[in-house]
Design a binder for this molecule. Structure first.
Ligand SMILES: [Zn+2]
Length: 414
């Protein structure tokens, strides 16, 4: 039996906070309390640092297969661990896209061999992400938790309706990237949100709306939910934390809120419970692609510090609330037993130095890409260590598999 004892930590999860010791046995949280000594356990001294449940990202692009100059499964997993994430859902717009069991199997096998964080691939809704003909959702079903054509919206209502019906029969959600091009951004988003909410009500399928950026979308969502539709939604750290008014027209899709006022409305929607999850939409690009206008932010490594600095330090969200959006909320959508520090839950944790201020610099990234408007920003809430099922995968700038093989090399025995 392997036991990791985290000694003297300030535990914060959606249910509250307390200070003491946490034992992780065979990958799951076990004993919680004070003044433990467990013979044979490995001990990590928390020295009062904050322990949160490991973060779960519903939305990331690791660009593998197809775009190794931007990212691959290894560097994406490094970046995730550095950002405090222990489970990541990957979008299907790779090359080839995730529209066949072969591609999804490649991703799962490579992720398993890396053994760093959990990777949950999403299957394509349509063949080649072309929006015309449905992918073989049944053949993909054993390997994916959901379906999405993320990168673009499924424009045809008949195709989306059929996808929702078949996904419902398979017991899996459809994730919608809500965007009708050519009608202006908020209208294009709200039109597709309205259509997909209506289709979800009609088919009874589970629908999850990705990266909502318009306050109007949040209102439509709340209406549909109060009418009983089984829908959830996510919002990104950059739409919550950055506006064009303050950060310029940094190219990202959907675009940043145009004004601080609109950004404030999105934050109000979050506080009113519109979004079950904050998801990074980690979208790495090379400097060349970014210069050519590729939309996206390499955000998985700065998500927590950005949110912590913008909201928790400013008193706009409590740390238990932020923990819910980054772990328990997305874990529920993914169907994982994560997001609470309670016996029986997966022993995934992140140790944070709340008062450790740092300037985001290019040299600190484990991702291959550094396309982010937060470079040079001063943030608080530095990730000190990340633990996946009782194994330390990141600690103080070092990664398992890259800098050490086993945490017995980096912690003491107690
Ligand atoms: Zn998208």
């Amino acid at each position: 039996m392997s036991v990791l004892l985290l000694r003297d930590v300030r535990v914060v999860d959606p249910l509250g906070e307390w200070r003491g010791d946490v034992a992780i046995e065979d990958g799951a949280f076990a004993a919680l309390g004070q003044g433990f000594s467990l013979p044979g356990a490995q001990v990590l001294e928390g020295e009062g640092r904050t322990l949160l449940p490991g973060f779960v990202d519903l939305h990331a692009h690791f660009r593998d297969p197809g775009f190794p100059e931007k990212e691959d499964l290894q560097t994406g997993s490094w970046a995730a661990a550095h950002g405090g994430f222990t489970a990541v859902s990957l979008m299907a717009n790779t090359d080839p896209p995730c529209d066949s069991p072969e591609v999804v199997r490649y991703i799962r096998e490579k992720a398993q061999a890396l053994n760093l964080v959990e990777i949950y691939p999403v299957g394509a809704v349509t063949k080649g992400l072309r929006g015309e003909e449905l992918a073989d959702l049944e053949a993909l079903a054993p390997y994916v938790w959901a379906y999405s054509d993320d990168g673009k919206g499924v424009a045809r209502a008949d195709v989306m309706a059929e996808a929702l019906r078949r996904a419902r029969a398979l017991g899996k959600p459809i994730l919608s990237h809500p965007e009708f091009p050519g009608v202006g951004h908020p209208l294009g988003e709200e039109l597709m949100v309205a259509r997909d909410l209506r289709l979800a009500q009609e088919t009874g399928a589970r629908l999850h709306l990705q990266h909502l950026s318009s306050p109007g979308s949040a209102r439509l969502l709340q209406e549909a939910r109060s009418a009983g539709a089984p829908v959830t939604a996510e919002v990104t750290p950059h739409h919550l934390g950055l506006s064009q008014e303050r950060f310029g027209d940094y190219r990202v899709n959907p675009p940043l809120p145009p004004t601080e006022g609109v950004r404030g409305e999105l934050v109000a929607a979050l506080r009113a419970g519109a979004f079950a999850a904050v998801a990074t939409d980690h979208a790495p690009h090379t400097p060349e692609d970014k210069a050519r206008g590729a939309p996206g932010i390499s955000g998985i490594e700065t998500a927590f510090p950005l949110l912590y600095t913008t909201f928790v330090r400013e008193g706009l969200l409590s740390l238990p609330e932020l923990s819910r959006y980054l772990a328990f909320g997305p874990a529920r959508i993914l169907g994982l037993r994560k997001g609470l520090v309670r016996p029986g839950y997966d022993g995934d944790a992140v140790l944070v130095e709340e008062d450790e201020g740092f300037v985001v610099d290019e040299g600190s990234f484990f991702s291959k890409s550094r396309n982010t408007p937060v470079l040079g920003m001063r943030l608080w809430g530095k990730i000190w260590a990340t633990i996946h099922r009782g194994e330390i995968v990141y600690i103080k700038g070092r990664l398992r598999g890259r800098d050490f093989d086993d945490h017995r090399q980096v912690v003491g025995a107690g």
